[in-house]
Ligand binder design. Structure first.
Ligand code: FNR
Length: 184
């Protein structure tokens, strides 16, 4: 059976990132027919249209290829100052200028983790707005907003909260179903 392939992008570069850890949890709870590759945004330069005019930087080319070849994309976004971290927005800005467009017809789901109470809700809604411009088909529900992250992950970054693990599993199933619907 061909697996359903998800490109999972973490909006944090930090080694001990809760958001990257949430994507590792997604790998753990995924059923056998779902394969999740975690993509790093390391090495992506600041967007500069003059730089783009000279050719796509290698890290951007790699990110575009990973998105384009995946069946769906899962983004885990931190919340910085009530919005999307610059690292993630910058990466999306690069991808948005690529031709052919890697996000075209792609099913995308959003999650996020924060030590704060509302688990990146504000950043997630800002990210949804960005994807309106790109005409990306973002999954509506279930929303995965992991608040109080410090107590839901252990010291090794493993998601130990069973309810959150189930939420993530249900989002993966919904993303798979959403991608199949978009293909019809
Ligand atoms: C934050 N943090 C934060 N948290 C939040 O819930 N709402 C916010 O607006 C902000 N703003 C903010 C700005 C900046 C510049 C930093 C560095 C941090 C805290 C943030 O949620 C926390 O650092 C997370 O751990 C970041 O995600 P990762 O790196 O753990 O994935």
């Amino acid at each position: 059976m061909t697996p359903f392939r998800i490109a999972a992008i973490s909006g944090s570069l930090r080694k001990a990132s809760f958001n990257t850890a949430a994507l590792r949890a997604a790998q753990e709870v995924a059923p056998d027919d779902i394969e999740i590759e975690i993509v790093t945004l390391e090495g992506i330069p600041l967007y500069d249209d003059d730089l783009r005019a000279t050719g796509s930087p290698a890290a951007v080319t790699r990110l575009c290829a990973t998105i384009a070849s995946a069946d769906a994309v899962l983004i885990a976004t931190p919340e910085y100052n009530y919005s999307i971290p610059g690292v993630l927005k910058n990466a999306i800005d690069w991808v948005s200028r690529a031709e052919p467009q890697p996000f075209k017809e792609k099913a995308v789901a959003i999650m996020g983790a924060s030590p704060g109470a509302i688990g990146t809700a504000r950043a997630q809604y800002d990210l949804r707005k960005v994807f309106v411009y790109l005409d990306v088909h973002v999954l509506n529900k279930p929303e995965v907003m992991i608040g109080g992250a410090a107590s839901r992950f252990d010291a090794d970054g493993r998601l130990i909260d069973e309810a959150t693990r189930k939420f993530i599993a249900s989002q993966l199933a919904a993303l798979q179903a959403w991608a199949h619907r978009l293909r019809q």
